[in-house]
Every structure is written in C-alpha cells, then in structure tokens.
Design a protein around this ligand. Structure first.
Ligand SMILES: O=P(O)(O)OC[C@H]1O[C@H](OP(=O)(O)OP(=O)(O)O)[C@H](O)[C@@H]1O
Ligand SMILES: NC(=O)CC[C@H](N)C(=O)O
Ligand code: SF4
Ligand SMILES: [Mg+2]
Length: 472
C-alpha cells in the first residue's frame, strides 16, 4: 500500500463563503475561510468586486499560505467577496483548479465557488468541448460557468437557473458578479449552506462556525433548491428547482463539519454526542474507561461515557501540527513504531479495559493502528465502537472516498473487520438508530443521504466517476 493510498480515505470537502456590501469584505472572507479550513487544505482563494473590476488571489495549501498579506490591499478594493477552500473531488489538486474560478465574459465579471460534486460534469464537459468551449481547468465546477455564459437570457438569475437545470449532483454554489451575489443549494440539499448578517451586509457560508468567527449573526439555513440573490437592495429568495427528496449528507454530522456549527437545525456536537449515547444503548460493554479518537469522535465518546457511566478519559493525543501535506513516515518507519499523528496515554490505558470510539471506519487503517497502539500501551481489552454504520458504498457528491473495493465493509463482515483491526469486540451504530439522533424513530424516509451506508443514492450516479476523469 502506498502512502497516498494510506492517506486517501474520507476527506473534508470544500468550504465556501461569500459576503456582499461590506467595506471589509476581503478581510472577513479571509477569516471565514480560516474557520472553514477543516473542509479543505489543498488550495484556497478569494475574489472580490468593486462594481467594475474583479480582484483575485489563489494559491495552493492552507489559507495562510495561499493568500499572502501582500494580496490584501488589492483584494480590499472590493465591497463584495467570495472565498473557497478546496479538497479536490474532480480534477487534479493544482492551481488551475483552485477556486473561486474567475471569468470575464460579455456580461462582465463572474467568480464561482463550489462545494460538492457534479455527477454529470464529464458528459457536459465533452458536450461543451465539442461545441467549441475552451476549458481553463479540469474541475467539474467550470462546466457551470460555460453553461451560464451560453444561456441567452438578459437576467443573470435566469442564466444560472438554466445552467443548474442541466447539471446533476451536489452543490452549494456561490456566484459573484459585478453587482450581485447568488447563492444556491442543490435540490436535494446534499451540501449545507447558511445565511448570515453582519451589520447591513449579508453573507453565506458552508458552515455557521464561520459566522461566529467573524461576528455575524446566523439568519437561517438556505433551503434545498433555493437561490438567494444578494445585492444593494438586500436579500431576495427565489427558487431554481422544484421540490426534490431532501437528502442532507449525514457525514456532515458524523465527520466533516465543525462541532460548533449548526446544520439544518441541529448542532453538530450535540448530534455526535447523541450518536455516542445511542451507540451505548445499542452496543453496551463492560469496561473501565471510554476514549475517543481525536478530534472528530470526542463528542461521541463523551456521549457513550455519559450514557454508560464509564469514565471518559483522554487516552490518545493528536499532534495538531501534522496535516495532510506533511511528509508521512514510510511503511518501514511506521512498522518500527514512528507514530507521527497519534500517541496513547499509557497512564490512562495501562491495565484497563478500554472502549475506543471512532466516528467511522473506511479502510480500517486508523482503527487497526490504534488498537495495536493501545495494546502496546498496556490496555488489557480493547472494545471498538463506531458512531456510524459500516461504509459499504462510495460517495459521488463531493467527498473523496476510496474506490468501493477499498472500503473494508464492502467485502468484509463485522466479525472479519474485528479480526482485521485486532479488537476484542467491534460494533457499529445501525442506520435506524443513528437517525434517532434527529428525532426520527421509524427508520423510513428521513431527509438524509445515507448512500455510503445503504447504496440508495438520491440522484442518478455515473459509476465511472473518478477524480481524474477530466485530467487527460
Ligand atoms: O478506516 P480508515 O480508512 O482509517 O478511515 C477512518 C478514519 O478516517 C478519519 O480520520 P482521519 O485520520 O482522516 O482524520 P481526523 O484526524 O480528522 O479524524 C475518521 O475520523 C476515522 O478515524
Ligand atoms: N470537495 C469539494 O466540494 C470539491 C469541489 C469541486 N468538485 C472540486 O473538485 O473542486
Ligand atoms: S454518500 Fe455518504 S458521504 Fe456522500 S453525500 Fe451521501 S451520506 Fe454524505
Ligand atoms: Mg479520525
């Protein structure tokens, strides 16, 4: 297994933020992107407009690397801004695909930022290329810009509506023009997006944690199929799509979103904690201590401990300075015990029966390593409890999951996975129980996408979809 494969599992998706009519639009966008940094660390960018001109800065890496201080005076000329942090799902991780994508066409300037993945982008890309379109990037997002540019309406909102009627898949889209900001959430609401207000200015964001960061007030979630048009006249809500089956990505709660964000009426930390409580009710075990794998499973571990009465402890420490772009130890060094990212707290686990909570198992790599680590630190029993169901299907909606055959639960039973990771016992939260955290007790239609657990995709999907499909 290569290092790339080892680290290519669940990944954050992108984050978008945009604001209209604020004298500090660029700075606020910068800070909001820092708050959304967990959603993508490959590249970042900001575009601003002053009514006549568009200014932009994009780069690879974290927000602090991609947008240097020197770029701020130029960006600050704009009164409206759109920003993006990227984790690539379609198109290579290179500067050409960094967002916002910017265009100057016959109607003026346009900057696009997208979280999600368009499942028919490849087909549309070929169609448009055969009709003379010259693409600047290899990402799915650019297809929408071409479709908008080709639509013949006088009103930009109608052009966007026409473009979005053709694309399929998942998106939270922000489109900034010289005089308006448009924000659209796909008809199923797969990806989240919220509306906020700061002074007289309106802003939109993938997650509400960005509003807290910049001192904006949360107004509401943007509805699936809704288009917000934000201009000097305020906010206008219109629709670009009829009602479809609501299907918010449950993985936003399980793993992607920040615990301090609220999505569609539920706080992420509170939901994770409930997952932990439900997990104990469904799969209790006798043990001395409950620990979580930092950071995403801490809330569930606290919930499991609270419900069981078993003490919660910090049994694993994460080195917060090791990111994805960090040089990873080779397989040989790893085998020799180089533990870069996580280490066990010996005093806490030694001689104990440990319940280890993680948010998910994708390939089984993380759980396997941690079970070994805990045993080496003296744990006498390791019981693994996972605060989501087994991942059996790939995601096509903006989360770069492994190919299906690499998902351990797609070809192994729970008992076989337990054996593989070396745990004493292993259990997963079932889908029906997980949905109880949202007050849904009957396990029927519930307005969430759980396709990676059950294969029921809320839109058409094209099985040939790979990240590099548009990179020739
Ligand atoms: O079964 P696996 O293929 O190992 O994948 C599952 C792990 O991946 C994620 O963590 P990750 O290490 O990506 O990041 P985190 O530190 O943000 O939890 C997730 O939280 C699980 O721990
Ligand atoms: N993770 C995402 O939301 C990615 C957005 C877009 N599909 C890209 O690859 O750039
Ligand atoms: S398939 Fe899974 S990760 Fe993808 S949108 Fe649906 S729930 Fe989220
Ligand atoms: Mg993890």
């Amino acid at each position: 297994m290569t290092d790339d494969e080892l680290f290519d599992k669940w990944h954050e998706e992108c984050g978008v933020f945009a604001i209209f009519g604020h004298e500090n639009a660029a700075q606020l966008t910068y800070f909001a992107l820092v708050a959304l940094q967990h959603r993508g660390q490959e590249s970042a960018g900001i575009a601003t407009v002053d009514g006549l001109k568009l200014y932009h800065q994009k780069g690879m890496g974290l927000v602090s690397e991609a947008i240097p201080n020197e770029a701020m005076p130029r960006l600050s000329k704009g009164h409206a801004a759109v920003g993006h942090v990227r984790y690539s799902t379609t198109g290579v991780s290179q500067l050409i695909n960094a967002q916002p994508l910017v265009f100057n066409f016959q109607r003026g300037n346009m900057a696009l930022a997208h979280n999600g993945n368009l499942v028919n982008a490849h087909q549309l890309h070929s169609f448009l290329e055969h009709r003379g379109a010259i693409f600047q990037s290899t990402s799915d997002t650019e297809v929408v810009a071409h479709l908008i540019a080709r639509s013949g309406h006088t009103d930009m909102a109608d052009n966007i509506r026409e473009a979005l009627s053709i694309v399929k898949g998942a998106y939270a889209f922000c489109i900034l023009t010289d005089d308006k900001l448009y924000a659209m959430r796909d008809a199923n609401g797969l990806r989240p997006m919220v509306l906020g207000k700061i002074g007289d200015a309106y802003c939109v964001s993938s997650e509400s944690c960005a509003f807290d960061t910049i001192g904006a007030e949360f107004v509401r979630d943007i509805e699936p199929g809704e288009m917000l048009i934000i201009s000097k006249d305020g906010v206008e809500s219109t629709r670009f799509a009829g009602s479809a089956k609501r299907a918010l990505c449950t993985f936003e709660y399980i793993y992607f979103a920040r615990p301090d964000s609220d999505i569609d009426g539920f706080n992420v930390h509170a939901v994770r904690k409930d997952f932990g409580k439900l997990l104990y009710r469904e799969h209790p075990v006798e043990a001395d201590v409950v620990i979580g794998v930092p950071d995403s499973s801490i809330s569930s571990a606290i919930g499991y401990a609270e419900e069981s009465g078993i003490p919660y402890e910090i049994g694993l420490i994460k080195n917060r300075y090791v990111g994805r772009t960090f040089i990873q130890p080779s397989q040989e060094l790893r085998a020799r015990g180089v533990k870069l990212k996580l280490n066990a707290v010996r005093k806490i686990v030694e001689g104990k029966r440990v319940v280890m909570i993680d948010d998910s198992i994708v390939r089984g790599t993380t759980s396997g390593r941690i079970v070994t680590m805990l045993r080496e630190a003296g744990a006498v029993e390791v019981h693994v409890r996972i605060a989501s169901p087994p991942v059996t299907h790939s995601c096509f909606y903006g989360i770069d999951t492994s190919a299906r055959h690499e998902l351990i639960a797609s070809n192994k039973s729970v008992e076989q996975i337990r054996e593989y990771i070396g745990a004493d016992t292993l259990a997963f939260l079932t889908e029906a129980t997980m949905m109880q955290a949202f007050g849904i007790m009957d396990g029927k239609e519930h307005g969430h996408c759980n396709a990676c657990f059950n294969g029921k995709y809320p839109t058409e999907v094209y099985e040939d979809l790979t990240k590099s499909i548009m990179d020739r």
